[in-house]
Design a protein around this ligand. Structure first.
Ligand SMILES: Nc1ncnc2c1ncn2[C@@H]1O[C@H](COP(=O)(O)OP(=O)(O)OP(=O)(O)O)[C@@H](O)[C@H]1O
Length: 324
């Protein structure tokens, strides 16, 4: 009887607390205690922590602000992030989650799907589709302000998109559920190559990358979506006009990568000298061969390279001390 008795005692205590303070003080709820959009905080964070992505900063903040401040949405907000690896697509998504939900990416209202992890087998596509529909419906029923992030969508079977499409289209309700307060973010490498080509051409023409406009890049991305393998999912979404904003993540130059290295060093409690910044940057690969302007992996492998260089420096120092 003991566990039951103690369970009752704990349950009674919780109920008493809940009555006094409300259930939502005890655990995450779909209310203003736990969902607190902080758009100016998002703007500040993106400005100070995300390097080399002028087109992302403004668009992401304006789109989120318009969405959270508007009461009668016509549809769910749909953002599509494009660019090569390590240029900040997941990074920016997590800042968006952090500035909308008190629990950030850990919030039970934030759902991350990774194509190769959650939908790996082509043969099971029909099962994935019905699971995903049930998952989205169930979660939006529980909390209309849910955030769904789909990573590696270029590796996703186009059938998955058919499952998502009704939820992001212009329907007021589907079977009594209203999806228009939700946010969907798609992350992909689609267009990465053409974004890099355009950014490089701008540099070669002697213009600042900040001169590249959102409209120009949107044209680049949509053209790639129709031409690239794996862009099929995208072209079908573009044709049905459900994507609200395309956000291009430009390839990162050495100067941007050095800022990432500086952040990483400082987080680890080290001073970022020019020597160490260069030493870490030299560990990364840059392209094209002629100019080595862009980092091949953006800032993705920076943290591991910093660890290696710090270790090497420590060992060099020990050898030096031993020698004297
Ligand atoms: N523009 C950026 N400014 C500052 N740091 C960045 C930027 N881009 C990437 N980083 C750093 O690199 C890490 C990896 O980036 P991220 O996971 O966002 O890449 P991604 O674009 O999602 O790549 P992938 O296509 O491989 O998923 C981030 O956690 C962050 O520390």
């Amino acid at each position: 009887l003991e566990p039951i008795t103690s369970g009752l005692v704990v349950g009674g205590a919780l109920a008493a607390l809940a009555t006094k303070y409300g259930w939502c003080r005890l655990g995450e709820c779909c209310d203003a205690t736990w969902i607190r959009p902080d758009v100016s905080g998002l703007a500040d964070t993106l400005k100070s922590r995300v390097y080399g992505q002028h087109l992302v900063l403004g668009t992401a903040v304006n789109a989120i602000q318009a969405h959270v401040q508007t009461k009668n949405h016509k549809k769910a907000l749909v953002l599509s992030f494009h660019g090569w690896t390590g240029n900040g697509k997941n990074y920016v998504s997590s800042f968006i989650a952090e500035h909308l939900y008190v629990n950030g990416m850990r919030s039970k209202y934030v759902h991350l799907f990774i194509a190769e992890l959650h939908f790996p087998h082509r043969a099971q596509i029909e099962t994935y589709k019905s699971q995903l529909r049930r998952w989205i419906t169930g979660n939006v029923t529980e909390c209309s302000q849910s955030l769904f992030i789909f990573d590696e969508v270029d590796k996703m079977h186009p059938g998955i998109i058919d499952a998502i499409r009704p939820f992001i289209s212009h329907y007021a309700e589907i079977d009594g559920v209203d999806y228009r307060n939700a946010i969907f973010i798609f992350l992909s490498n689609t267009g990465g190559n053409d974004i890099a080509i355009k950014t490089y051409a701008t540099w070669e023409a002697g213009k600042k990358r900040e001169a590249i406009t959102r409209k120009e890049m949107e044209e680049v991305i949509t053209a790639s979506a129709f031409n690239e393998q794996g862009g099929l999912w995208h072209s079908s979404l573009i044709e049905s006009d459900v994507i609200d904003f395309f956000l291009p993540f430009l390839p990162m130059e050495r100067k941007h990568v050095k800022l990432c290295i500086k952040d990483d060093l400082e987080t680890k409690g080290h001073r970022a000298t020019e020597e160490i910044l260069n030493r870490v940057a030299n560990e990364l690969l840059f392209y094209p061969d002629k100019t080595r302007l862009f980092s091949k992996s953006g800032c993705k492998r920076v943290s591991q390279k910093v660890d290696v260089v710090l270790m090497e420096m420590e060992n060099d120092y020990k050898l030096y001390i031993d020698a004297i």
